[in-house]
Design a protein. Structure first.
Lengths: 413, 291
C-alpha cells in the first residue's frame, strides 16, 4: 500500500499534466484533430456494365495499396480509407458520385474511373474544387492543356504511347491497315494514335468503321472489313466489346486473311473468350503478371496480390488501381499529410517503382512516364499453365520521347 | 458497290435476324396468349446460355446443351408461372410486369453469385467451326446453322399451332378463355404450357447466341430491348409479326452497317418509331387489342 503523501504528489503531477495537455488541445485544435482523422481516398469506377471485370480488379488492387500502407502504420499515424463508388460507366453518374465524395465524404483526393469519357467528367469536378485526381483510364485528352489542371494526374498509359508501341511491333512500310473502332472518346483517341504511328511507319490506311459502343453483334461489319483486304485489322474498343468483336471476326475467318491487332489487350477478355479465339492477337498493356521474370517490382506486387486474394494473379487494369493509389499515398507520405499543394508538389517530384520499373509524373502535363508492354496471346498448346496467357513481345522502357511534347499539348514550356 | 458484298451483308442480316426472331417469339407468344409482359425474358435468355454451357460441359457435347437447356429452363419457366405469375391473372397488366422485372434482377444477381460477373467462354461446336465458301465470300458455318435451326423451329411451331388439336385449343384460349373453360378445357394447364414454351424459346435463343458472343450475366439486357423493339414493330402478340419484324430489323441493321456503321444500333429504334407513327398496332397487330 503506498503512503498517502506519495498519492497526493502523483495526483498533483497528473493534474498538471492533464491541464497542460488540455491547454495544448485548446491552442491547436486543428492539428489535434488532423492527427486522428483518417485519410480518405475517393474511388469511382464502373462496377456495373461492360467494364465490370476490369473495374473489380482495380478495386482489389487499390484496396491492396491501402492495406500495405495501413499495415505499416498509415501516413503520419493516420489510417487510409478507400471509398469505392460505382460510376456505372456514365459521365453524369460519375460527376454526381465524385461531387458527393468531395462535399459529403470530404475525401482528400480522388483516384479512379475506367472510361475515357467518364474520367473527363470526374476531372471536371475535381479541378473545379481543387481536389487532386489521379486518373487510371487511358486518355490523351486529359494531358492536353484545355483539360489539364495542377490537380490532374494521369497514371494510366495514354493512347499515343500505347498505339505507337503496338504499331512498332506489328506494322511495316507498305502494309494495308483497316480499323474497327468504338464510336466514343477511347476509340477515337486510339484511332488517332494508330493513324499517326501508321503515317510515321509508312503503312496505308484502307478504311475505318466506327461501331456503336456496347454493341453485341459485329457480324454486319465483317463482310466490308474483309472486302477492304487489309494485312492488319486494328480493333480499337474496350471490355466486352473487345471480346465480342474479336470472337466474331475470328468466326468470319478474319485471322486467315489478316493479323488482328488491338491497342490494349485485356487479360479478363482473353479469359472470357478463351485461347483459341485470341491466339496470335497482339496488343499493348501497362502490366502483365509474367513480367515477374524480368522485374523484381512485378514479383513483389504479384506476391502481395496473391497473398491478399487467395492466390489469384493481378491483371492489367488492376495494376493501374495499385499504382494510382500507391503513387498518391507515397506522395502524401513524402508531403507529411494531405495538404493539397504539398501533395501536388510531392507527386511532381516523386520517383516511384510499384509494379514494373521506374515511373514519374512529367512536370508539364502530369502524365506518368512508364514502360509499355506489347503482348501476343499464346495458343493453347503453348501455355505452361492456365495463367500463362501472353508472350511479351516488347517491353519499351519509359521515356519522355514516347510522349507528345509539352508544347504540342498546349502547355507553356 | 460490289453485288457480292451486298449479298453477304444480307446474309449476315438474316443470321442476326434469326436470333432476334427466336427471342422475340417467346416474348410475343406469352403476351399474346397470357397478356403477360415478361420483363424477365432477357434474364431467362442469359440463364439459357449459362445452362447450355453448363450442360454442354457436363455431357461433353454442345448438342446435348442445345437440346436440354431449353427444356430445363422451360420447365423452370413453368415453375415461375405456377408459383408466381398465376396469382396475378385478372389483375392489372402492370402487376406481372413488375413481378418479372424484379425477377430479372434476382436471376442476374443469382448468376453473378454462382458463376461470377466475368464473361466465360462458350466454344463453337467443333462440327461448325470455321467458314463456308459460298463462292462470293466466306460465311461462318455456325451462323448458317443458326438460320437453318430457327427455320425448323418456326416450321414446327407453325404446324403445331395451325394443324393440331393442341394448337386449336391454344389459339381458341387466346381468343376467349371463358368459353374454353365452359367447354371443359383446363385453361390453367394451357397457360402453364404456353409460359413454359415462351421461356424455353428464350433459353434456346441464349444457347444459340452463346457461341457468337461472350456469355456474361448482363448479356440479356440488350437482348430484352431488341426483342421488345421487334415485338412492337411486328405487333404485340403476333407470331407472324415477330418473324417478319425480326428479319426486317436484322437486315436493316446489316444494310445500314454497310453505309453508315455508327447508325447501326439506332436504325432499329428509328424503324420502331416510324411503325408506331404510321401503324401504332404494329405491322401484324390487331388494333385496340387489350389482352
Amino acid at each position: 500500500m503506498p503512503k498517502s503523501g506519495s498519492t497526493s504528489k502523483i495526483s498533483r503531477r497528473t493534474a498538471l499534466a492533464g491541464l497542460s495537455a488540455g491547454a495544448a488541445m485548446l491552442a491547436m485544435p486543428r492539428l489535434g484533430r488532423a492527427a486522428d482523422e483518417a485519410i480518405r481516398i475517393g474511388f469511382p469506377t464502373p462496377l456495373t456494365g461492360p467494364f465490370a471485370a476490369e473495374a473489380r480488379d482495380q478495386v482489389k488492387c487499390a484496396e491492396l495499396a491501402v492495406k500495405l500502407v495501413n499495415d505499416k502504420g498509415g501516413i503520419g499515424g493516420r489510417k487510409v480509407e478507400l471509398l469505392v463508388r460505382d460510376d456505372k460507366l456514365n459521365a453524369g453518374e460519375a460527376a454526381t458520385r465524385t461531387l458527393e465524395l468531395i462535399e459529403k465524404d470530404k475525401v482528400h483526393a480522388v483516384v479512379g474511373a475506367l472510361s475515357s469519357a467518364v474520367q473527363l467528367a470526374v476531372n471536371e469536378v475535381t479541378r473545379a474544387r481543387g481536389v487532386i485526381y489521379v486518373s487510371i483510364s487511358q486518355s490523351d485528352t486529359i494531358n492536353e492543356a484545355k483539360d489539364f489542371s495542377k490537380y490532374t494526374f494521369h497514371e494510366a498509359l495514354n493512347p499515343h504511347m500505347t498505339t505507337a508501341a503496338v504499331a512498332r511491333q506489328t506494322l511495316k512500310k507498305g502494309m494495308k491497315v483497316a480499323h474497327l473502332v468504338a464510336d466514343y472518346a477511347y476509340g477515337h483517341e486510339m484511332l488517332r494514335g494508330f493513324k499517326r504511328a501508321q503515317a510515321a511507319i509508312g503503312a496505308d490506311n484502307v478504311g475505318e468503321i466506327l461501331h456503336p459502343f456496347g454493341a453485341a453483334d459485329y457480324s454486319t461489319f465483317m463482310p466490308r472489313l474483309m472486302s477492304m483486304r487489309p494485312d492488319v485489322l486494328c480493333i480499337s474498343n474496350f471490355g466486352r466489346d473487345q471480346a465480342n468483336a474479336i470472337k466474331q471476326a475470328v468466326d468470319f475467318g478474319v485471322k486467315q486473311q489478316m493479323k488482328i491487332v488491338v491497342p490494349v489487350i485485356l487479360h479478363n477478355q482473353r479469359l472470357a473468350v478463351g485461347p483459341d479465339v485470341f491466339e496470335g492477337v497482339v496488343g499493348g498493356a501497362n502490366y502483365y503478371w509474367g513480367l515477374e521474370t524480368q522485374s523484381t517490382s512485378a514479383a513483389v506486387f504479384n506476391a502481395a496480390f496473391k497473398a491478399a486474394n487467395g492466390g489469384a494473379i493481378p491483371t492489367d487494369y488492376g495494376a493501374y488501381g495499385y499504382s494510382g493509389v500507391g503513387s498518391l499515398l507515397a506522395a502524401m507520405q513524402a508531403a507529411g499529410g494531405t495538404d493539397t499543394d504539398k501533395v501536388v508538389d510531392a507527386l511532381e517530384k516523386l520517383q516511384y517503382d510499384l509494379t514494373k520499373g521506374a515511373q514519374h509524373y512529367r512536370k508539364c502535363d502530369h502524365q506518368s512516364v512508364q514502360s509499355v508492354l506489347v503482348l501476343e496471346s499464346k495458343k493453347k498448346s503453348a501455355m505452361a499453365n492456365e495463367n500463362d496467357l501472353f508472350a511479351i513481345l516488347a517491353n519499351d522502357a519509359g521515356s519522355d520521347d514516347m510522349l507528345r511534347t509539352c508544347s504540342e499539348l498546349g502547355h507553356a514550356t | 458497290m460490289d453485288l457480292s458484298l451486298i449479298i453477304m451483308q444480307l446474309l449476315s442480316g438474316i443470321a442476326l435476324g434469326a436470333v432476334l426472331v427466336i427471342t422475340a417469339l417467346g416474348l410475343t407468344i406469352v403476351f399474346g396468349m397470357l397478356g403477360v409482359v415478361n420483363f424477365a425474358h432477357g434474364a431467362l435468355f442469359m440463364i439459357g446460355a449459362y445452362a447450355g454451357l453448363y450442360l454442354a460441359s457436363l455431357t461433353g457435347s454442345f448438342w446435348w446443351g442445345l437440346l436440354l437447356a431449353p427444356i430445363l429452363i422451360g420447365a423452370f419457366g413453368m415453375l415461375i408461372e405456377f408459383v408466381l405469375i398465376r396469382r396475378l391473372y385478372g389483375r392489372s397488366i402492370d402487376d406481372p410486369l413488375l413481378l418479372t422485372f424484379g425477377l430479372s434482377y434476382i436471376l442476374v444477381e443469382g448468376v453473378r453469385i454462382v458463376f461470377g460477373s466475368d464473361g466465360i467462354p462458350f466454344p463453337t461446336p467443333i462440327q461448325l467451326v470455321g467458314v463456308l465458301d459460298l463462292g462470293i465470300g466466306f460465311f461462318p458455318r455456325y451462323r448458317l446453322f443458326v438460320i437453318a435451326l430457327v427455320a425448323v423451329v418456326l416450321l414446327v411451331l407453325w404446324l403445331t399451332l395451325e394443324k393440331t388439336r393442341v394448337g386449336l385449343i391454344v389459339r381458341a384460349g387466346a381468343r376467349d378463355p371463358t368459353i374454353m373453360q365452359v367447354l371443359g378445357v383446363d385453361i390453367g394447364r394451357v397457360w402453364l404450357a404456353i409460359f413454359g414454351l415462351g421461356v424455353g424459346l428464350a433459353a434456346l435463343g441464349g444457347v444459340l447466341a452463346g457461341p457468337m458472343r461472350s456469355v456474361n450475366p448482363e448479356m440479356g439486357s440488350l437482348v430484352l430491348a431488341e426483342a421488345f423493339v421487334v415485338t412492337v414493330i411486328g405487333g404485340l402478340g403476333s407470331i407472324v409479326g415477330a418473324v417478319v419484324a425480326g428479319l426486317m430489323v436484322g437486315v436493316s441493321v446489316s444494310i445500314v452497317a454497310l453505309f453508315a456503321p455508327e447508325m447501326a444500333t439506332i436504325v432499329m429504334f428509328a424503324l420502331m418509331a416510324v411503325v408506331l407513327l404510321i401503324r401504332p398496332q404494329g405491322l401484324f397487330g390487331v388494333r385496340g387489342r387489350t389482352a
